[in-house]
Write a protein that binds this ligand. Structure first.
Ligand code: ADP
Ligand code: ZN
Length: 743
């Protein structure tokens, strides 16, 4: 049955010759096999088929072919093997990524769709030919696409027999199809957003398009960074490339961060490509996901848009994979094995298939830009906004100065500059977006005199303030120190300890603008069904004048009436304890700034900060990626971080702190021994407490291993851990998570 190099186990089973001869069972087939002493049926994948068997060993026979899934393709098997090696995880976990969830018994129900155009519906309604208002309502309801009969009947409050007359006249037709329970199709189409008109490419876009289309036509593995400022019209280029690719008989995949898989975005694609596109988002039911998967597999659709996991869409003739906003963190699966990065998987798929991968971003990852500079991948730049609206004016507000001159409002969150601008914007009937980093520096000690955060002298990471005991604790090395009364750097004695979150900002805003509509968006407010769409709808329709939110408001949204963007506490982002903190801060500031002035009125951006000289702030204010990169790359080099090294982060989590620490320590000891035996050039750090040391009652410890290249690092890790087996054998109470960074 299943053989492989990692710790998935290979078993040999007997298969009737006939099943193989008639092609019923091939390499890649899913089979049910009796397993263990109880012979319970398990699913396995046929990895190799041997004609000869050693008859001395008594083999169990397979129970049969699994009926639900078609066999894995050779390409999928190659990919699974590659991923298992790349992420130090079992092949079975990789295979799971590639097959859809098993559909629960699919039920077919009645759908109804229009057989006449929307204009004809209007004419019919006006002509008085249809006497029954219910009939007109039904037709109106179908203008945006087909719907379930039962849904319309319920909404309008009519009996399903009302549809028969309409069928008889030939205005609508009925069809049976799988039940799509959450009506996502309909929701996308009735969304309140403007449609996205097709644009003639401007000269700069055209040049980028031509270059990229050239690459795609080669049908060989190509990678390109499409580096375009916010609003440069990358989406239009994607659409036209996809359109060409499909016309030429290929298929195409557009990956977007889950967060920007908005109704707005999907509506654009539905409008342009109609039913030829599958939209794969995380709110789909298993059944819907299955339908999409089958449509892709059977060639019914040639285009898919989706978040991370859509990278596995089973297309034939795949020519193009686009990762929009390639810098987005959500492309990496952090919590579940395999901890894959969609960009890396896309790269492997494209290598196998001979396809082109496009990484699109205004603020590419340092690693991607580094590859482009080194000519490892192609590079195309868009320097101008497509609709000629100028990039917004960005002003950095020095919060130290604001405090000194007493220009903070009574709540200590808005500077007077920001307040004045907000008031003016509000009075002129325009909209404002405010960004707050919610997890923020809640818990960190920020000096209001010099803007510095109290850091650990050993780790140079911000320490966490603990009210209990008035202490600072370094969550990296465990060092503790009493909270200082005066800042050791400047002698000032006032500190910011409290976090500023979205809720607080929304409340303060409401006090300042009692009559304004304020929408707050964060994981708390968007978690209910449709929360995201509803809130965005309120803002986009103009009912609300202020939108306050976390990162989720920074991306992708195109609200022409937003002319002011405020970033409340820029420092909180910069001070995150992560080697990518600066990069993320810069990306966020740039993305947020990109929300302002997308319409006809130029935009303004205010960044409130203490660290006003930090390069991630100044470079964002100057709209200067290169300035950011020049600074950041030096830091990466000095810290031996990607792209100068590859990193493997192994996280241990368990309810018993000591036990978890013990296992992490034992693991660490093991790999140190292995390093010595192999004389491997790796660096090992830890065990250290995780940035967030305790989550869900579980204590978390981290071991970090750095190596000069990903290949050398994974090879070392495979040896050191018995291809991961070493990590699995731990007590069941401890979970281990492996995550790789860098190349
Ligand atoms: P990006 O994804 O690069 O940030 P978008 O694709 O959102 O940029 O495009 C920004 C705006 O420019 C959109 O409103 C889009 O309709 C418009 N746009 C795109 N291409 C053109 C063009 N060739 N001419 C005029 N406007 C365009
Ligand atoms: Zn420390």
């Amino acid at each position: 049955m299943q053989s492989n190099e990692t710790f998935d186990i290979e078993y040999t089973y007997l298969v009737e010759d006939a099943l193989i001869e008639n092609g019923d069972i091939v390499r890649g087939s899913f089979v049910d096999v009796p397993f263990g002493v109880r012979k319970s049926l398990q699913t396995g994948v046929v990895w190799t088929i041997d004609k000869e068997t050693d008859t001395k060993i008594k083999l169990k026979e397979i129970a049969g072919k699994s009926i639900v899934r078609p066999p894995l393709t050779e390409e999928e098997m190659m990919l699974a093997t590659k991923m298992s090696n790349l992420y130090l995880c079992p092949i079975s976990a990789c295979v799971k990524c590639m097959v859809p969830p098993e559909a629960s018994k699919s039920r077919k129900v009645n759908y109804v769709r229009l057989c006449i155009s929307n204009e004809e519906v209007d004419e019919l309604a006006a002509s008085g030919k249809l006497k029954n208002i219910v009939h007109i309502r039904i037709l109106e309801n179908l203008k945006y696409g087909r719907r379930k009969v039962s849904d319309i009947a319920r909404e309008i409050g009519c009996s399903t027999s009302m549809f028969n007359t309409l069928v008889k006249y030939g205005y609508v037709s009925l069809e049976k199809d799988y039940d799509i329970t959450d009506q996502s199709e309909h929701r996308e189409k009735t969304s309140v957003f403007n449609t996205y008109d097709k644009h003639e490419l401007n000269a700069e876009q055209q040049k980028a398009f031509d270059f990229l289309w050239e690459l795609i036509q080669k049908k060989t593995f190509e990678e390109c960074l499409l580096h375009g400022v916010t609003g440069s019209g990358k989406t239009e280029i994607y659409m036209q490339l996809i359109s060409r690719t499909v016309e030429a008989g290929g298929t195409a995949l557009l990956l977007v961060p889950e967060i920007s898989l908005t109704p707005q975005m999907t509506a654009h694609f539905r409008n342009r490509f109609g039913n030829n596109v599958a939209v794969l988002h995380s709110r789909l039911s298993d059944r819907e996901r299955n339908i999409h998967w089958n449509n892709i597999k059977s060639g019914k659709v040639s285009i898919a848009i989706g978040a991370r996991s859509a990278v596995f869409a089973p297309f034939e003739n795949l020519r193009l994979i686009i990762l929009d906003e390639e810098h987005e963190q959500s492309y990496k699966a952090e919590d579940s094995a395999p901890g894959y990065h969609a960009a890396e998987v896309a790269e492997e798929i494209a290598k196998i298939r001979g396809a082109t991968v496009i990484y699109g971003s205004a603020t590419p990852r340092v690693e991607t830009y580094y590859r482009a500079l080194n000519k490892e991948i192609h590079y195309v730049e868009l320097k101008n906004r497509a609709n000629k609206s100028p990039l917004p004016q960005v002003e950095i507000v020095d919060m130290r100065e604001q405090r000194e001159i007493g220009a903070m409002d009574r709540f200590g969150v808005f500077s007077s500059c920001l307040l004045t601008k907000m008031r003016k914007n509000y009075e002129e009937g325009r909209q404002t977006m405010l960004f707050v980093h919610r997890r923020g520096y809640a818990g960190q000690l920020l000096c209001q005199g010099c803007g510095r955060t109290m850091k650990c002298s050993r780790c140079n990471m911000p320490m966490t303030y603990h009210e209990k005991g008035n202490r600072l604790i370094c969550h990296h090395c465990g060092r503790t120190a009493p909270a200082p009364n005066v800042c050791p750097m400047c002698g000032n004695s006032t500190f910011d300890k409290k976090g500023i979150g979205t809720q607080r900002i929304a409340e303060e805003l409401a006090k300042e603008f009692p009559d304004a509509g304020i929408v707050r968006m964060d994981t708390d407010t968007t978690s209910m069904k449709d929360g995201h769409e509803k809130l965005l709808g309120q803002f986009s329709s103009g009912k609300a004048q202020f939108l306050v939110g976390t990162q989720m408001i920074a991306k992708g949204h195109d609200f022409p009436n937003v002319t002011l963007v405020g970033i409340i506490s820029a420092d909180s982002l910069i001070n995150m304890p992560d080697y990518r903190a600066q990069e993320r801060a810069f990306q966020l500031f740039t993305q947020m700034a990109g929300r302002a002035g997308r319409g006809t009125v130029p935009g303004n951006v205010l960044i409130q900060a203490y660290n006003i000289d930090d390069y991630s702030i100044t470079a964002a204010a100057n709209h200067d990626y290169a300035e950011f990169y020049r600074n950041e790359i030096l830091v990466r080099q000095a810290l031996y971080c990607p792209p100068f090294s590859a990193m493997c982060v192994v996280r241990f989590a368990g309810e018993d702190d000591r036990e978890t620490y013990g296992i992490a320590t034992a693991f660490c000891g093991n790999i140190i021994r292995c390093k010595q035996e192999l004389a491997a050039s790796v660096e090992i750090f830890g065990p250290a407490r995780a940035d967030v040391p305790k989550v869900n009652k579980k204590y978390r410890w981290v071991v970090t291993i750095k190596g000069e290249s990903r290949e050398k690092l994974t090879s070392f890790m495979h040896t050191a851990t018995g291809s991961g087996a070493e990590l699995k054998k731990n007590s069941k109470k401890i979970t281990v998570n492996v995550s790789f960074h860098g190349r």
